[in-house]
Design a protein around this ligand. Structure first.
Ligand code: 4NP
Length: 164
């Protein structure tokens, strides 16, 4: 079975994308379908290479019962080749991904995270970095419902609608 490779991308890779990665991993593990996926996250910037997630992200994940372990890394040209689906947290991240030399050959893989939001599709996952804890919970709720839809969509594509 060829695993679907899923990559979540934000700016710093310490707030939104590591939380998205953690939520995705937690959900597919709970559903017993984690073997179908390879999942990671990264940032378009080099600001937080090697850093753990922001303390507010760690607290938020803990509060919501989602295990989180990640070390910050920067998006590379190879990532764009390697991953099957690349989810940008906001339109600025999306534009930054498109600046990579490989990106124009892989436009079909690069999407906005909130393309999967059943409540407000297409808008940005807001950057919570300069705000308070409430902003982190808003991000959690957006990601939580969007990732449910993302997993359903990917599972349909992998199995043709048949749950393994
Ligand atoms: P993230 O949030 O892109 O969701 O990880 C940010 C983290 C750090 C910075 C900006 C946004 N920063 O400017 O250092």
């Amino acid at each position: 079975m060829v695993r679907k490779k899923v990559l979540f991308v934000c700016l710093g890779n310490i707030c939104r994308s590591p939380l998205a990665e953690a939520i995705f991993k937690h959900k597919v593990k709970e559903q017993g379908i984690d073997q179908l996926f390879e999942v990671d996250s990264c940032g378009t910037s080099n600001y937080h290479i090697g850093d753990p997630p922001d303390g507010r992200t760690l607290r938020n994940a803990l509060k919501n019962g989602v295990p989180i372990h990640h070390s910050g890394r920067q998006l590379t040209n190879d990532d764009v080749k390697r991953y099957d689906i690349i989810l940008a947290m906001d339109s600025s991240n999306y534009q930054n991904i498109l600046r990579l030399p490989n990106a124009s050959q892989h436009l079909d893989k690069i999407q906005l995270m909130r393309a999967y939001d059943p409540v407000h599709p297409g808008s940005d996952v807001p950057d919570p970095y300069y705000g308070g804890e409430r902003g982190f919970q808003d991000v959690f709720e957006i990601l939580n419902r969007s990732i449910d839809c993302l997993i359903e969509d990917l599972q349909r594509k992998i199995t043709g609608g048949i749950v393994p």
